[in-house]
Design a protein around this ligand. Sequence first.
Ligand SMILES: Nc1ncnc2c1ncn2[C@@H]1O[C@H](COP(=O)(O)OP(=O)(O)OP(=O)(O)O)[C@@H](O)[C@H]1O
Length: 686
Amino acid sequence: MNDKTPLRELKGVGDKTEKLFQKIGITTTEELLRYYPRTYDVYEEPVEIASAQEDKTISIRATVTSSIYINQVRNLQVLTTTVADSSGRLPVAWFNAPYLRGTLKKGSVFIFRGKLSRKKGRLQMEHPEIFTPAAYEEIVHSMQPVYGLTKGLSNKAITKLVHQVLDTRPLHGEYLPEEIRERYQLADDNYAVRTIHFPKNMQELLTARKRLVFDEFLLFVLAVQLLKEKTEEAPNTFSMKPVWTTEEIIEGLPYELTNAQKNVWHEIERDLSGHKLMSRLVQGDVGSGKTVIAFLTMVLSAENGFQSALMVPTEVLANQHYEGFLKLMEEQNITSCHPVLLTGSTTAKQKREIYAKIASGEVNVIIGTHALIQEKVEYKSLGLVITDEQHRFGVRQREALTTRGNPPHVLVMSATPIPRTLAIILYGDLDISIIDELPAKRLPIKNCVVGTSYRPKAYSFIEKQVQMGRQAYVICPMVEESEGLDAENVTDYARKLKEVLPGEIRVDILHGKMKPKEKNKIMEAFASGEIQVLVSTTVVEVGVNVPNATVMMVENAERFGLAQLHQLRGRVGRGEHQSYCIFIQGNNEEDTSKRLKILNESNDGFYIAGEDLKLRGPGDLFGIRQSGLMEFKIGDIYNDAGILKNASEAAGEILALDFDLRLPQHEALKERLMGYMSEDLENLGI
Ligand SMILES: Nc1ncnc2c1ncn2[C@@H]1O[C@H](COP(=O)(O)OP(=O)(O)OP(=O)(O)O)[C@@H](O)[C@H]1O
């Protein structure tokens, strides 16, 4: 067995299992080992029934004190009994588990592990796991991995397979230079990979995690540094001179550019006409007006006779930008641009026609999803690539671009708030511009963090806003009901909301499982105001622009990272109307309230990220990540900023000594880096 061994060759993996693993992006043993647990279950010491708290998973050691009752509730068979210890009694229920009848004999003692919930005013434990006291003794205090799952694939199945691979694979040689491991006190790689799946305690877990985070950052920073070497001196083969048209467009806009926008625009103009190729990152908080800068740059490129491509992560966004660009052309009478939209939904026939037009130069502004820089697309003269969200277009994609015949100028747009010190490390190959000013007419968003009892008020508020001509988003974490997860889902929620709101208000849904075409249709209907309330998952999070929407209501806000919530909030407050954000907290935990309150204090992405960090302890690393940021599997740029700085320092030293990694002590590292660079590039968008 080696790293690239297909899962298929493992014991117990047939067609069906192979497909299920493919669904979560795993085809080889290496990918399986890099599929880190989402979190860990700790089997705690049993507690007394009397001290058990609602909503918490606990273990109790108790005796079965009554006979078993079986009730049929629709298609659910409910099995109930009562258990007791010296402190009290507790009803327990299982669903569709008739096989337990033989086990749960009156008088027998078990460890019951599950969550307590309140039913008709009484606490009860639902569907607990059962262990004999001896079996529990063996696992108590241990940490069990909890993986991200897909329907049909159980946590047990993944755990078993990871065990199999860890037990049978040959160990690797260490690829990090010894002195670096010593200086930063990093565990051995083989140990780290095993322990991240099966740690015995928190300390072990943190040690393993530190090594893996370091590795992930080190490879990333090395890639950035090597790319920097390559691009720093690349001559400007697509020199673009400033033109009047863009000045006229700026004059003709319905608003005045902010000073920050003007500065960035001038920086870009200077870059494009300079001696070197442009590699620039434009960082600007949600709604700060990055799109118009992208459009101006594309017009400038077209006026200079070159093609440009704007790549975005979703079809919805691609459509939005395409429509936006067409509108700008029409309003401002721009004749030099011939735009085209290219996405996954474009039919094969249309694609062929579009490819031909791109090859002949008939179209010069190409807007779409990542399909744009696939090898099949041959450009006549691609002078500029703009990407609109950096986390889907990381260092590996930028590197792949430089290997094309004539590498184009690169402009990366990002709304991720990253402190400057970290940005310099993470985007070392890019010059950085910051739009640190919001358009003047914006009113600050009004926020509230409330419990679920606030819903009726929120609904009537939404109703009033709609009557005033505005629109609303309601975000739920899930698409449909899912076993074991207690969170709102789009499908049922929309149904309920339709019952509550007056019939003339059109409520519709949007989620990631819909076909792209359907999603576009819904988004267009929302943008045009036909749909007034959109119940959606976080698919709306990145870049969607409907300035008329003024309410953002987020259900189960506790399930999202603050950065993600900030992105969601950024979907409102994009026009002149007062906007509102209602975060519904679905639990009663004080820590959650504290965290969510940060959103109440500020509308500034930088501030939020910083405050969130202060509240986190080491145990939080495995709960909510600042999801959506960058392309890291395990590292978190905020929580692990210290490790990121160490990795950057180490990369600097390695390259100072051996700038192309030729020395024998770096051979294994180089191989690992090559593997990293080519890993999943297809999935990453190239
Ligand atoms: N200087 C300005 N004054 C007023 N409105 C502006 C200005 N610049 C842009 N806008 C408008 O603000 C809204 C948000 O701009 P845009 O979509 O470019 O934001 P963004 O920076 O891309 O944000 P996000 O990261 O959330 O996508 C748009 O409706 C745009 O027309």
